[in-house]
Design a protein around this ligand. Sequence first.
Ligand SMILES: Nc1nc2c(ncn2[C@@H]2O[C@H](COP(=O)(O)OP(=O)(O)OP(=O)(O)O)[C@@H](O)[C@H]2O)c(=O)[nH]1
Ligand SMILES: [Mg+2]
Length: 431
Amino acid sequence: MQDREKFTQKAILVQIELFSLKTKNSSTNSAHEFRELALSSGATIFGEIIGKQDRPTAKLYLKKGKAEEIKQELIDTCAELVIFNHDLSPSQERNLEKFLGVRVLDRTGLILDIFASRASSHIGKLQVELAQLQHLSTRLVRGWSHLERQKGGIGLRGPGETQLETDRRLIGQRIKSIKKRLDKSHNQRLVNRYSRKKSKNNLVALIGYTNAGKTTLFNQLTGDTQYAADKPFATLDATTRKNTTPGIDSILFSDTVGFISDLPTQLIESFKATLDELRSADLLLHIVDISDPDLKFKIAQVDKLLKDLKADSIPQIRVNNKSDLVNVSEAKILTDNSEIWVSADKSTGIQDLKEAINNHLSEGIYKGWVSIDSSLGKLRARLFALGCVSEERVMGDRIHLSVNLGLKEMNDFIKVKGFELLTEDLVSEAG
Ligand SMILES: Nc1nc2c(ncn2[C@@H]2O[C@H](COP(=O)(O)OP(=O)(O)OP(=O)(O)O)[C@@H](O)[C@H]2O)c(=O)[nH]1
Ligand SMILES: [Mg+2]
């Protein structure tokens, strides 16, 4: 950490709005999130360049005029690093560095850097190193020679090429050895999971966008004292603890790393072992910061990631956290009744949450097909909002849904006219 502070870098941030990518679901506040990420990495912000463009250009990502503007800003501020809130291709990154004469970091590089500074466990560090090496290996094309030449390194080319080959070989070896080590720890986790299943302990995983309050709530539920803080990615290592409610000792809670939009794929890959844990959970608590103006966007991002991780059919309880920051009765009108409201910070609503978890786990879960009348659009939307639908088939005027639904919720739905349970056979017959 101390080293990191020594290396505080004067940075210019660049964010380009792309018309071609604009959707109604896009984030309203991504500039703020980007700034937080940059500050978290230890950068000092010396300037911010924003722009609008139809689509990225192949060579520099930006139009030439914008690139000139950044160059001027670099001269005016003496900044030494440019950070983009976008993913750049290796060649765009190289071209930009050549054009600007300073280091350029893209969004993936930035997030990887923060992860690297936060990782504390041995496995966590290996996972981040693996992701970084994989990111780097695509970018190792004559490395830094263009910058070094500017600094006056004459005749770098020959040895530079040889160095490049050595670097590639070493990186390849290191990647292999880390993967081997991670596979070992993965096997250990499989054994742990097996013994948990055998002892019939339920695993409840807290998931959600970074900074939603997962760790604060985890500490409330387990009496633990994990580090929680108002910054992105305070938690990197998954922690699992028993709950503190007397009489119920069969529930384990797992705190997980926070999600973010456009989480680098290398990170998802390397954190597979940690995220596997999530996939084996019996119940997910999707923690949401209800005071966040970007709430909808972030919920959608988390749902998308769960889908990518094939964890979207695990039953979910939506937990609206930070309820102390909003007018709950007003906010409740807009949301589903099945959501739970808590303030992890002020310790309110925790009992309701514990009851909901308990009901969910003790009453069991219905796994199978249901059929609803196609006029029941609202009910269909509610099922989707619960995150329990894994497949949908339209059969004439009926909609068939494959669900993973708590029996408690099921008892409510079954009272609705037009809602029926189906068996697998009926569905294939109808299809
Ligand atoms: N006002 C208020 N603040 C809260 C509440 N819960 C958490 N916070 C604050 O929100 C910030 C983030 O909390 P964390 O528990 O670290 O969030 P997290 O989801 O674990 O974040 P990462 O581990 O970084 O993904 C901290 O500053 C907490 O004090 C709450 O109910 N009300
Ligand atoms: Mg946390």
